[in-house]
Design a protein around this ligand. Structure first.
Ligand code: FES
Length: 571
């Protein structure tokens, strides 16, 4: 295809029967003929769904994007893709991230669009859309839905991170069911995604620090009029991006990925960031490994005092200057010449930013917390790696040796955890197996296992917890996640027994099962053969092709980019 020719002209620019068919059916929507005069056709990839409440306002947001596209002389076409709602979708939204990405990829490639705007909100709706679009690689801009307003209950702030504390308090008898229900009504009081630095906010910061969105995208509350302004401006900008042929691969360079890792460290972003960023890198062909994360963000402190690592909310972060103010403070760490979707470098984008509240955004000299980021652990219990978020963990457990209490799977945990006979104390290490990508399957967010009631009653609020699963970005605790290889494929995690000694040493970035290699190998040889493969359907496909967490849990056959060419033309 001629490089200067728009992709969409291969549909709407045709004469004869084919052009007739392509245009005629579009006209049943009231589209006038002049829309097919060769102007850029811009897809608006919409994850609106009433079953994804965090994205429930996306039809309005799409209208703002459309207004911008029309204003810039483009032709907007909105299309739905699979929407993954974190709260309702069972068994876990992560099981369907790769499926949704396939929907996005094929919808973009197979349809007449020259550029695309991705409407992303709830956790998995960002990586799935970015992954799918990266495998097509046409001009692409992300518009995030924005966080909810800060929740309020009886004069106090309340957000998703409080759900875990409330659950513990409820189980300990300190909070009644009636009080819980009253809080439900105060927490999610506006449109938008979780109002803390959970995975959705982390993903919004990720796309902004990668350069995939306009500056300021991450923190503007969903219901702030400036969110619609940003959507409108993004609609205008994507039309220009098509004219400039500024594609995803021009923005998503290795240096941009390093910027995202640095920014994630400074915001106290979710552990899920690691798994999604690795998957996106795999799609766009950037060589990035889990082992590199520690070094890339070395010496970057935690600047954002936002839950779950701090006390404030995304709304506060917006008023304090948003991500641009954080990026400006990080100038000495960043690759400042990375190009972003508006055609400016990341430095040009943050140059005018300012911090308006140093209690919300600290400085490098005086950070909110020198302990930051996601630390990648290595050791015989996680040969290919595991992760922990020290800023959301307990300082006294950063170096800890304790005896394992093992749960073979999540059901086993549920049965045993409140058993009065469970031999557990504050030094115990909870080990949960078979919640990894293949084993569960889908790697659910169950890694921050609630503590047993009898320890809560004693005032103990944290234990070292280890699993091959994930944790909500809103969660906290001394929680080791993403252990790879996972138990279900015979990783060392599979052979841990009750009473085994385990040492977590976050300072030295190690996780050790204190047994000899001989003993571990002997136990591995005795592991019973497990048939975890589901007999049919998407889950069967998932189990056969999902990669381990340290590779981003993408499907092996989805890594890489197939480009935007359509392989066959049936008309
Ligand atoms: Fe959607 Fe938290 S449940 S962002």
């Amino acid at each position: 295809m001629d490089k200067n020719k728009l992709r969409s002209s291969n549909w709407f620019g045709r004469t004869g029967k084919d052009g007739f068919i392509y245009r005629a059916w579009m006209k049943n929507q009231g589209t006038p003929s002049h829309e097919f005069d060769g102007r850029p056709v811009i897809g608006i990839c919409n994850t609106w769904s009433e079953l994804t409440p965090c994205n429930g306002h996306f039809r309005e947001l799409a209208q703002s994007v459309k207004n911008g596209i029309y204003e810039a002389g483009g032709f907007p076409v909105e299309f739905p893709v699979m929407s993954l709602g974190e709260t309702l979708l069972k068994p876990t939204a992560m099981l369907f991230r790769n499926l949704a990405s396939m929907d996005v990829e094929e919808s973009i490639r197979g349809n007449p669009m020259d550029g695309v705007v991705l409407l992303c909100g709830c956790d998995k709706t960002t990586p799935s859309l970015v992954m799918g679009a990266a495998s097509v690689n046409i001009p692409t801009i992300v518009v995030s839905g924005g966080p909810m307003l800060t929740g309020k209950h009886k004069g106090n702030n309340i957000g998703t991170s409080d759900v875990w504390r409330l659950n513990d308090a409820h189980r300990a008898g300190a909070v009644s069911q009636e009080e819980m229900q009253a809080m439900e009504s105060g927490m999610c009081r506006s449109a938008g995604h979780c109002a803390v630095m959970g995975t959705a906010s982390t993903m919004a910061c990720m796309v902004e620090s990668l350069g995939l969105s306009l500056p300021g995208n991450a923190a503007i509350p969903a219901v702030d009029a400036n969110r619609k302004v940003l959507a409108h401006l993004s609609g205008m900008r994507i039309v220009e991006m098509v004219k400039e042929n500024l594609r995803m691969s021009d923005v998503l360079t290795r240096a941009a990925f390093e910027n995202a890792i640095i920014a994630n460290t400074a915001i106290g972003g979710s552990t899920n960031f690691v798994i999604h960023l690795l998957a996106i890198a795999g799609r766009i062909g950037v060589d990035l490994t889990l082992d590199e994360f520690n070094n890339i963000a070395n010496n970057v402190p935690l600047l954002a005092n936002v839950q779950p690592s701090g006390k404030h909310f995304m709304e506060d972060l917006y008023y304090a200057g948003g991500l641009p103010a954080i990026l400006k403070e990080l100038h000495q760490f960043l690759h400042n010449d990375c190009i972003t979707v508006n055609g400016n470098t990341i430095q040009q984008n943050y140059e005018q930013a300012a911090c308006y509240n140093t209690d919300v955004i600290g400085t490098v000299e005086n950070p909110f917390n020198p302990v930051s980021g996601v630390v990648v652990l290595k050791g015989n219990l996680c040969e290919n790696g595991a992760v922990i978020k020290p800023s959301a963990a307990s300082a006294h457990l950063m170096q800890h040796t304790g005896k394992a209490i093992v749960f073979e799977d999540i059901d086993d945990y549920k049965i045993k955890i409140d058993d009065p006979l469970l031999d557990i104390d504050e030094n115990s290490v909870l080990v949960l197996k078979n919640v990894g990508p293949k084993g569960y399957p889908g790697m659910p967010e169950v890694g921050n296992m609630a503590l047993p009631k009898k320890l809560l009653d004693k005032g103990i609020t944290d234990l070292v917890r280890i699993s091959d699963g994930r944790m909500s970005g809103t969660g906290f605790g001394t929680v080791v996640l993403h252990v790879s290889p996972e138990a279900a494929i015979g990783g060392t995690l599979a052979v841990v027994l009750d009473g085994d000694s385990i040492t977590l040493d976050v300072n030295n970035k190690t996780l050790q099962l204190n047994l000899s290699d001989d003993e571990i190998n002997k136990r591995k040889a005795q592991l019973p053969a497990m048939n975890i493969l589901q007999p049919r359907g998407y889950v069967n496909l998932y189990q056969q092709h999902v990669q381990q967490a340290h590779l981003g849990a993408d499907f092996d056959f989805l890594r890489g980019c197939s480009g935007s060419e359509v392989s066959k033309d049936s008309h």
